[in-house]
Design a protein around this ligand. Structure first.
Ligand code: SF4
Ligand code: SF4
Length: 304
């Protein structure tokens, strides 16, 4: 297969496997301005306790150091917009663990590529030092909005991103150069904590960070800002006009279980460890831990 045929095969196979979009980018060191902005964000300590974001920066800034022999990055996006939201939980977290679902699909893609053309590669989904949104822009998939999410034209931003880094050369997409945020600032205005501002994104104030990543005591009075949100926050997604294009996903593993859909305020407040284990056995929420989830639920309860 020549480069053009291989690229076409990979893209059509990615769509056949259920990904919504697939783009390709040459694997190379990221530009200095991207590195500068990232380092500035870290120096401002906006990443809070997420120390892993400070580590492995050489690999983060150059995928050829992360995956030996890597020449190309196949970037995919998978819709997770829910048909059945679960009150209080971020939409991305209500189904099975997306890391596994996206990576399994990418390894199937790698196997299928190998059936027609020998390649070596590794798959990632929010699981390694990879500047995912940068590569999605470079692969022509969308732009990074003021809410710091990747926005796909006419599709929105309820998408997981994944990358397959392979040792074959491909034909590459034109990077996405437009920014369709324009004068809009709805995500900034609708952020309940001021985590999004004209100064950038301060993760330490973000409800997603506080309820999922942060292990310590929650800030005093945060319950008022959380309202009913005890796991993550979709406010900046809901506010974005580009998400009017969102349509429910058709990945069966992202559908919340009947047990999760039957939960109500009282059931959450009285959740036992056993119920937690059953509800979240296959979910990314399992990584948050029972105690932390109950910490979040208590913070809301105190404000009632
Ligand atoms: S997830 Fe919520 S708290 Fe975090 S930046 Fe978006 S709107 Fe603000
Ligand atoms: S809400 Fe407006 S400013 Fe924010 S990401 Fe969406 S389009 Fe951009």
């Amino acid at each position: 297969m020549d480069k053009a045929e291989l690229t076409q095969f990979i893209k059509s196979e990615a769509l056949r496997l259920g990904f919504d979009i697939c783009g390709t980018a040459k694997a190379e060191a990221v530009p200095d301005d991207v590195i500068r902005l990232y380092n500035q964000w870290i120096a401002q300590e906006y990443h809070g306790t997420m120390q892993y974001l400070q580590r492995n920066c050489e690999k983060r800034f150059d995928p050829t150091l992360l995956v030996e022999g890597c020449k190309s990055i196949v970037v995919v996006a998978l819709n997770y917009y829910p048909s059945h939201p679960v009150e209080g939980m971020a939409s991305y977290a209500i189904g099975n663990d997306y890391h596994k679902i996206v990576k399994d699909k990418l390894y199937t893609l790698l196997n299928n590529i190998n059936a027609v053309h020998p390649v070596k590669g590794r798959a990632f989904c929010d699981s390694a030092p990879v500047l995912e949104r940068h590569w999605a822009v470079k692969a022509g998939i969308g732009w990074i909005g003021n809410n710091r999410q990747l926005i796909i034209p006419h599709k929105g931003s309820y998408f997981f991103l994944g990358e397959l880094m392979i040792d074959a050369e491909l034909e590459y997409d034109e990077p996405f150069t437009a920014n369709h945020c324009g004068k809009c600032r709805k995500c900034i205005d609708n952020c309940p904590t001021g985590a999004l501002s004209d100064d950038g994104f301060d993760a330490r104030k973000c409800l997603s960070y506080l309820t999922i990543e942060y292990r310590g005591e929650l800030p005093e009075n945060i319950g008022k800002k959380m309202e009913n949100r005890f796991y993550g926050c979709d406010c900046c997604l809901k506010a974005c006009p580009h998400n009017r294009f969102s349509t429910p996903n058709n990945t069966p593993e992202f559908k919340p279980s009947d047990e999760l859909l039957k939960m109500d305020v009282s059931k959450w407040q009285n959740l036992t460890r056993e119920q937690y284990d059953t509800l979240f056995a296959k979910s990314a929420v399992e990584r948050c831990g029972y105690e932390q989830l109950m910490r979040n639920i208590s913070a809301i309860k105190e404000e009632e």
